[in-house]
Design a protein around this ligand. Sequence first.
Ligand SMILES: *Cc1c(COP(=O)(O)O)cnc(C)c1O
Length: 480
Amino acid sequence: MAENDFGDMPVEEFRRHGHAVVDWLADYFEKVETLPVLSQIEPGSLRKSLPESAPEKGEDFDAVLADVDKLILPAVTHWIHPNFHGLFSTSASSVGVFGEMFTAAFDMKGMLWRTAPASAELEDTVLDWLRQMMGLPANFEGIIYDTASVSTMHAIAAARERANLNIREQGMSGRSLPLLRIYCSEHVHSSIDKACITLGLGTRSLRKIECNEGFEMIPEALHEAIVEDLNAGHMPLCVIPTIGTTSTSSVDPVDAIADICEKYNLWLHVDTAFAGSAAIVPELQHHFKGCERADSIVTNPHKWLFTPFDLSVLYCRDLSMMKQAFSLVAEYLKTSDESTVKNGMDYGIQLGRRFRALKLWFVIRYFGREGLIARIREHCRLARLFASWVEASPDFEMLAPVPFSLVCFRARPTGVDDLDTLNERIMNEINASGEAYLSHTKLHGKFTLRLSVGSIQVEERHLRKLWNLLSAHTQAEPTA
Ligand SMILES: *Cc1c(COP(=O)(O)O)cnc(C)c1O
């Protein structure tokens, strides 16, 4: 790099390296299934192989790219691997990666319409496309946040705003307020607890409602809890049912819960972070009954709509409540077109917002509604197929129903007493092998294996491979 060079990488150099990067990524997508799913490195080993301080002089980008192969790749856990079945698989597509390239190049901050008209208007358009595909009512308006944790935190803030407690100005400290209550099931995602912590409601405000045998919130128990809280002088604020819970992907009865919310004038926020994408599939839409009555609903295209992380969507029946909660226009941000345009900064705590809509637009246009439906449908078919193997085997059993593409099961060979230890061993051995990645949960006190099907590359042969691994490790003696 020249002495008094004050500019960026020369454009011809960018072009050359850019082609190399795209080639690298194409090779990666092609060969990812041959790599170990979980990174095999020991903690701290990447740090040890990196210099302690930044380079004094600029380096050639070829050398940097070589280190991606040598140092970074071994430290990557391959979320896009077709045998990544832990947590919730990611469905990210290569076409979505193009979106991230443009977004980084434009580097626009979507605070005002004026600073990023493309972001503001494309966001409104693709979110309306998605709303239609999901069968949500026309008066639902969406906004993009980074993650569901943030979407849900904003939804609860809007619910709090609607309760007219003047918290925006007065805060919650140094004054006397009733105990505010948020209700969810005992199988709720930890992001709800964190939202209560963040908003100053405290985890005490979160009341977890009992579930039935199928891990679904019991509406009668919710009703009783609300009545009990009202009698105690507390203030019910919001109910958060989940469609596709994190442990088992169970479906809370949103329609029955909506009746209760209407009766007591409570904000209904539906968490469909994982399963929401399945609402575009006609034969799965029945799981979403009642969502049309919600005040807000969160879904994550970055989970199961083939969009690279991160992109979470919050739909609100009355998005102006979010604006009322968060709009704060500093002098230097005042514009003359405020009344005619949508300024993203008015709808949350972030000022600048990434141009995330672009990758979702690429994904929806490239696959089309039919292509998206076909892929989600196939994931569900594969999950049910896997479940049928579990059901047919004397050595395994199912531990929860399969409404979407998540299978909860365990090994249960005859003659083994400690099934928890056995299943934990099977999971750890398979994960350590790098052949596949499974995670677990506890259901009715039982150590449960969770298999999520969602990689855009997953095929039946990948599930066969996992099934063979499971059978082999179930038969095998512990490898101490
Ligand atoms: C994944 C998930 C979340 C959290 O999503 P993030 O985008 O990672 O914050 C919340 N709720 C449910 C039901 C989820 O599946």
